[in-house]
Design a binder for this molecule. Structure first.
Ligand code: NAD
Length: 520
């Protein structure tokens, strides 16, 4: 039962008062500023991946409750959009302070529900916090443009205005960072929001919402609903929702992109990945091997920017053995174990899927250099643990290469030249990230120019841009036109109005001209 406390005890007394009644494990909706229990009798158990204990229960929010959440957001919009931008920024300023003060609580909740190590969970919070910090100065990104005297006595200017009610649909792997990619940018631009956290780990979103309210976000500006396919489809179809942000798998992302676009919404959809690291023989051996191990196995490989595929060029293939030694040295344990390097994967089904993909690789001729599938973690025998696993001699036609594995599995390929390695990466359908490890500026520049991936690392294994840039995955890793956060994020959550004004003394008796006005 202590774990239940971990899941729930971090909400403030104010929030507990509002929703701690009846079933204390039930996660409430947030509608119009109140944490309210859903009337739905259907719910999904949130399980601690290291122990299988039930942490909380997520309701399948009903259609009526969803409608109330959208209605609350719609009602809150007129006054929120007219709230001065400086006031909206100040809410973010307070929120960043509250997130900072509550980082440990958020991290513990993430570790309990998602499984990653506490240190990694703190990184999850911090990378989201940076977006909130950026939102504190977002006014400059909302500035319009002005051209004086486009014609005699006529000026034209453009204004960036909020869209209205926007919605966000989140994946399980970054329970704090990804909600924080979404609602802080949207609401600072003057929109109101309906957030649907992952049904696998909603706790961090609930804590963040509570902190946002404490920071001064007015009732109805941020609302939270729960569920899976049905609620997602309701978001896609709702006439009052103007834009949808999605992060998750390709199956869900392309469905949401098509369905929400079909009903006239803006959509930004960040999806799956297969990120390659090209290792040149002239790279720094020690630093490169550390980077490969950290980026391949960190978060148990459950990062969309995990470096899951290594392409050894020429003699760097000889480093495989050292790679195995370093991977073997990692400690697999519950995320709360301070010594743990990696924790469990999210569910039994996820573990089964990862193991199947590894097996299919072996059956198609890959060499298993390290096998973590049967690992037992003392004290956590029920956990969904997979130890670091390495497959070598993988080829592009193998299932384990074509599919995103999303587990602590590093697959190794080889190429005779940089040219060949770049071709391997470019033939892959995904385009989230790619990295090169080299001491040659010439090789790095060729890679940067020719590689078809949206986020490129040069001796940097996980090149996730900070919030003043945007998260720029490409090819099958992204659908939409405007990326998450940064300038593009502000553009996504605003629309342009262009005003043309005339202030001049007009001569009387000039007559009427029905010709198209021109500036000549
Ligand atoms: P997921 O697609 O299973 O779930 C994401 C969300 O979509 C959840 O809220 C879920 O309820 C909903 N959903 C799932 N299937 C659906 C369907 N068929 N119809 C409607 N809604 C559906 O993803 P996940 O397993 O939670 O997250 C892992 C995936 O997310 C990986 O593929 C990873 O690469 C990707 N991801 C991408 C990025 C990025 O920025 N590119 C970041 C993080 C995670």
């Amino acid at each position: 039962r202590i774990l239940i406390g971990v899941g729930c005890s971090h909400f403030s007394t104010a929030a507990e008062r509002s929703w701690r009644h009846g079933d204390t494990l039930r996660v409430p909706n947030l509608i119009g500023g109140s944490f309210v229990d859903s009337h739905s009798s259907d719910s999904i158990d949130v399980l601690n991946p290291a122990t299988q204990e039930v942490v909380s229960r997520v309701p399948l929010t009903t259609k009526e409750e969803f409608k109330s959440a959208v209605a609350a957001a719609k009602e809150a919009f007129p006054s929120w959009r007219n709230t001065p931008i400086t006031t909206r920024q100040r809410v973010m300023f307070k929120l960043q302070d509250l997130i900072r003060k509550n980082t440990d609580k958020l991290a513990l909740n993430i570790t309990t529900e998602q499984g990653k190590t506490l240190k990694d969970a703190q990184g999850d919070v911090f990378r989201g916090l940076e977006v909130v910090e950026h939102a504190c100065g977002m006014a400059t990104l909302q500035m319009g443009e002005y051209v004086a005297n486009v014609s005699n006595g006529i000026d034209t200017y453009s204004i960036r205005e909020p869209l209205g009610v926007c919605a966000g649909i989140c994946p399980f792997n970054f329970p704090a960072m990804i909600p924080l990619w979404m609602f802080p940018v949207a609401v600072t631009c003057g929109n109101t929001y309906v957030l649907k956290p992952s049904e696998k780990d909603p706790g961090a979103s609930m804590i963040l919402a509570e902190l946002a309210m404490e920071a001064g976000l007015p009732n109805g500006v941020l609302n939270i609903v729960h569920g899976t396919h049905d609620i997602v489809n309701a978001i896609c179809d709702d006439d009052d929702i103007r834009a949808v942000s999605f992060v998750g798998s390709n199956t869900a992302g392309m469905h949401i992109y098509a369905r929400a676009s079909a009903s006239g919404k803006r959509v930004q959809s960040n999806m799956g990945a297969k990120n390659h690291g090209i290792v040149m023989p002239d790279a720094n051996v020690d630093a490169t091997l550390n980077a490969l191990v950290a980026a391949g196995f960190g978060a148990a490989g459950q990062r969309c920017m995990a470096l899951s595929t290594v392409v050894f060029v020429g003699d760097s293939k000889l480093w495989e053995e050292k790679l195995v030694e370093r991977a073997k040295a990692l400690k697999v344990s519950a995320g709360t174990d301070p010594e743990a390097d990696l924790g469990p994967v999210i569910s039994k089904q996820a573990k089964e899927r990862v193991c199947k993909l590894v097996q299919s690789g072996i059956e198609s001729g890959a060499r298993l250099l390290l096998d973590g599938r049967t690992i037992k973690v003392p004290g956590y025998e029920q956990g969904n643990f997979i130890g670091p696993t390495i497959l070598a001699d993988v080829t592009a036609d193998m299932e384990c290469y074509k599919e995103e594995i999303f587990g602590p599995v590093l697959i190794c390929m080889q190429a005779d030249s940089l040219e060949e390695a770049i071709n391997i990466v470019n033939r892959n359908k995904y385009g989230n990230g790619a990295a090169i490890f080299t001491s040659s500026g010439i090789a790095a520049r060729k890679f940067q120019t020719e590689i078809e991936a949206g986020q490129v690392g040069i001796n940097v294994p996980i090149p996730v841009p900070l919030p003043f840039f945007s998260f720029t995955g490409s090819k099958a890793s992204f659908a939409g036109d405007l990326n998450f956060y940064g300038k593009a994020g502000v553009q996504f959550y605003t629309q342009i109005k262009t005003v043309t004004q005339q202030w001049k003394d007009l001569p009387s008796g000039a007559g009427v001209s029905l010709a198209m006005p021109t500036s000549q």
